[in-house]
Design a protein around this ligand. Structure first.
Ligand SMILES: Nc1ncnc2c1ncn2[C@@H]1O[C@H](COP(=O)(O)OP(=O)(O)OP(=O)(O)O)[C@@H](O)[C@H]1O
Ligand SMILES: [Mg+2]
Length: 808
């Protein structure tokens, strides 16, 4: 801000000799001024700002009285007082229109602007309070009392001071257009009062709020107020930065390709490599004709092509339109010739690619048979549901191979925005079609198996529309022959595509979507099955991946089964494959170093290769003390065992529940405790009972731990441990009935994996045992429970006390 000429201009009117009544200010100003009383001060009202002590601030004055006031203050080299007016619109302010607390200070610059506005730079120095306004000047004058700077020191102030400083620096970091020096200025401030005022000044809070800070003379309270204002602001800043970052990331991704293409064109042009416009249009024209578009789309494409021709060379819009037409020409519009499905061939392929899964393969073949008989019919959509690594994706690939279709995969995990499925309108910069149409272009034919992976992990839809409803349109045979992508803006026929979905859990698939699908559950594999899969598939694949020939390396069955049992605990086979991979890498190393021609890995070698066993036999260890029972839980990654622990401490009969499912389990635990008290005849008035359920199960599963909690309690109260080889699941009623539960198949498999020998479950779940794999049925003893007492007989007391009923 230059002030040379301005200053001159200002003084020019006032160099005139000054009588006792003062000089004549500029022409527009009124009359002479009489000297002010000692404790009086010139007041300048501010429409829209609060001046703080310690702050250098620009102020523009326009009103004649304010201009006069400012000039008088400059002339006398006296401080002026600045007060916020309550209503910024008001032109003529009376004392009652002003707040009576303000900041006084010298006017350090005075510049006359172009259009009669006068600009001041004011140095705020100290707070003051108005005692009374005085009459008799052409501007406002008031008697004032200065407010002394608070001298508070001590931990109260210090703590707040540090906090404020920290947050202020954080806020500065988040603000987009703030010079970096500001942070170091703030860091250097040593006076708490000054910092509070500085920050209050910088905040974009309402003037009323700033005035409130100004009027808070007590330093602790003032700091609190500023911290509160800043914190609120900080939240907003963080949020908006987060949103900004997110949208930027998405935007960048989409724009990248667009920008790159544009640059490529420019470069080609520079190099003289660009074909001329006409040739390009000609090429597009041919492509449009060859694409086999339906009548309507063809007309639309030709119209857009004409528009492109008219557009002339260059420009963003032209390149956008060209990209659009390229998309149109590259999509598979022509229905591909449908090969009839060969069921024998399909069966062969399915068997070739996957071990076991007989029931599932049969369902797939049935599905294919129906499609074969009625190719145009509206067949349901297959949805594979199961834990990770059980073969959902690879079954989809297998189906594609079996039917001679192209396989394409669209991952829906974490899709929150409808536009990711349905695309963005072309008016959007860098717009692209959604992932369904993108997959169709990649496939290049409608003779495709399109796998919609992780359909259970699509977001519920927020303010960007609902992805689930877009998916419905994709999957619904009534609608999907006219699927409309926002970018394409013409109908695309998806009805010849074979859709297959996968999910880990059923629960989170939106109902309407689930209704359109045929659910096929893959519960996971038994130990035996895993070893078989490893031997037939995983080993081969990993040998190849590690550059080994079959005659160079082998794993004994004992080694495989040890990997399954001691190094993995999963429903699927993904970790198994990984561990086999690590083992073979070790072998590859030895062979590459020339230490051996052939390496056989046996179980005892594994500790040296893979490290100590990861899943020791936890069972015996954990259940050796009274008060622990092995429960069975269902989780989205397959079943698992969990240890329910009970202990007692001196107290007053309270029940303490800890662990992940605290709230959900409360009722079951209460019932279990009541039943255990009845059973043991112990009223437990002098103790508190503590039941702990470890993390890992899902809340839905909570009540099914009822039997296990009861047994843990009985074991605790009788001092007899629960059998280590028994696991249990079942809900209980207050009267001691055992009620049915879900997930029997997954739970039994988990029990088997963990080395359990007997599983107790509600009698009313007996029918579910049909679904349990034969291996599990052979190896496990099933005890069906009508009442909780049955469980005690089998798992705690000597066998034979209560007759155990075998399911088999
Ligand atoms: N029955 C089986 N026979 C042969 N290989 C199998 C079998 N089941 C799974 N696999 C193999 O296990 C690996 C993991 O399977 P896949 O990727 O299909 O798992 P997924 O069920 O899709 O898991 P996610 O839910 O994590 O996507 C694949 O390499 C697959 O070929
Ligand atoms: Mg998968």
């Amino acid at each position: 801000m230059k002030n040379g000429p301005a200053r001159q201009q200002m003084w020019s009117g006032e160099d005139a000799p000054r009588g006792p009544q003062g000089g004549q200010p500029a022409a527009s100003q009124v009359g002479a001024t009489k000297p002010l009383p000692k404790d009086a001060m010139i007041i300048i009202p501010l429409r829209n700002a609060v001046l703080f002590p310690g702050v250098l601030s620009p102020v523009t004055v326009g009103r004649a009285s304010s201009v006069a006031a400012a000039q008088e203050a400059v002339k006398n080299e006296s401080h002026a007082g600045f007060l916020l007016q309550r209503d910024p619109q008001k032109a003529d302010v009376a004392p009652s229109d002003l707040y009576w607390v303000g900041t006084a200070g010298p006017i350090v610059r005075y510049i006359t602007g172009q259009e009669g506005a006068h600009h001041l730079v004011v140095q705020g120095e100290s707070r003051f309070r108005v005692l009374e306004f005085l009459e008799g000047w052409p501007f406002l004058v008031a008697r004032v009392a200065m407010v002394a700077q608070p001298q508070t020191e001590g931990p109260e102030v210090e703590a707040r001071f540090l906090q404020l400083k920290e947050r202020a620096i954080e806020a500065i970091g988040l603000l987009p257009h703030v010079p970096d020096e500001l942070a170091s200025v703030v860091r250097g401030i040593e006076s708490p009062a000054l910092l509070a005022d500085m920050v209050a000044n910088l905040l974009d809070a309402k003037n009323e709020e700033k005035q409130d800070v100004l009027e808070t003379f007590d330093l602790v309270r003032r700091l609190d107020k500023v911290i509160a204002l800043l914190s609120a602001r900080l939240e907003v800043l963080k949020l908006s930065k987060e949103i900004g970052d997110k949208t930027r990331a998405k935007f960048d991704e989409r724009q990248r390709e667009h920008v790159l293409r544009e640059q490529l064109r420019q470069i080609q042009k520079e190099l003289g490599e660009d074909e001329d416009q006409a040739a390009e249009v000609e090429e597009l024209k041919k492509a449009i004709e060859a694409a086999g578009m339906p009548e309507e789309v063809l007309k639309h494409a030709q119209k857009e092509l004409k528009r492109l021709q008219r557009m002339g060379e260059g420009g963003a819009e032209q390149s956008m339109l060209r990209t659009y037409l390229e998309w149109l020409t590259e999509l598979p519009w022509k229905p591909a010739p449908q090969q009839p499905i060969d069921l024998d061939q399909a069966r062969r392929v399915l068997d070739e690619d996957h071990f076991g899964l007989d029931k599932i393969k049969r369902r797939i073949l049935e599905y294919l048979a129906v499609r074969k008989l009625n190719p145009e019919g509206k067949s349901p959509i297959l949805c594979f549901v199961g834990p990770p690594g059980v073969g959902k994706t690879s079954l989809g690939q297998s189906i594609a191979r079996a039917t001679g279709r192209v396989f394409q995969r669209v991952s829906l995990g974490g899709v929150h925005d409808e536009a990711e499925i349905r695309g963005h309108r072309r008016t959007y910069i860098g717009a692209l079609p959604g992932n369904i149409i993108q997959a169709m272009r990649r496939a290049g034919t409608t003779n495709t198996v399109l796998m919609l992976d992780e359909i259970d992990k699509t977001g519920a839809g927020g303010f960007h529309g609902d992805p689930a409803s877009a998916l419905l349109e994709v999957l619904d045979p009534e609608q999907n022959n006219k699927f409309r992508d926002n970018y394409l803006a013409v109908d695309f026929d998806l009805s010849h595509v074979m859709f297959i979905c996968t999910a880990n859990v059923l629960d989170t698939i939106p109902g309407p979507l689930r209704d359109r699908m045929e659910i096929i559950q893959l519960p996971g594999y038994t130990e035996e099955e895993k070893i078989e899969i490893a031997r037939r598939y995983l080993l081969k694949r990993q040998l190849e991946a590690n550059g080994l020939k079959p005659e160079q390396a082998s794993l004994t069955d004992a080694a495989l089964s040890a990997i399954v049992r001691d190094y993995t605990r999963e429903a699927g086979v993904r970790n198994l494959e990984r561990e086999i991979g690590s083992t073979l890498r070790h072998v590859a190393m030895q062979i590459a170093e020339g230490k051996a021609e052939h390496v056989t890995v046996d179980a005892p070698d594994l500790a040296a290769i893979l490290g100590p066993r990861r899943f020791e036999n936890e069972l015996a260890l954990r259940t050796s003390t009274p008060g622990v029972a092995t429960g069975l839980a269902w989780t989205p990654v397959g079943g698992d065992i969990l240890f329910i622990e009970a202990s007692k401490v001196p107290g007053s009969g309270r029940l303490i529940l800890t662990g992940q499912l605290g709230e959900v389990m409360k009722e079951s635990a209460q019932a279990a405790l009541t039943l255990a008290k009845t059973w043991t005849g112990d009223s437990l008035e002098k103790v508190d009972i503590h039941v702990h359920v470890p993390a890992g199960a899902t809340p839905k599963d909570g009540p099914s731990a009822g039997v296990a909690m009861f047994l843990a309690l009985v074991s605790l109260l009788t001092g007899k441990p629960v059998r280590a080889d028994v696991a249990m699941t079942g809900e209980i009623s207050l009267r001691g009935l055992v009620l049915p539960i879900g997930g029997v198949k997954e739970k039994t498999l988990a029990a088997l994996r963990a080395g359990i020998r007997a599983v107790m479950l509600p009698r009313r779940n007996e029918k579910d045992l049909e679904d349990v794999p034969a291996e599990a049925r052979q190896k496990l003893q099933f005890v069906l429970l009508d009442r909780v007492e049955d469980a005690v007989g089998f798992a705690i007391e000597d066998p034979g006390l209560v007759r155990a009923r075998d399911a088999a």
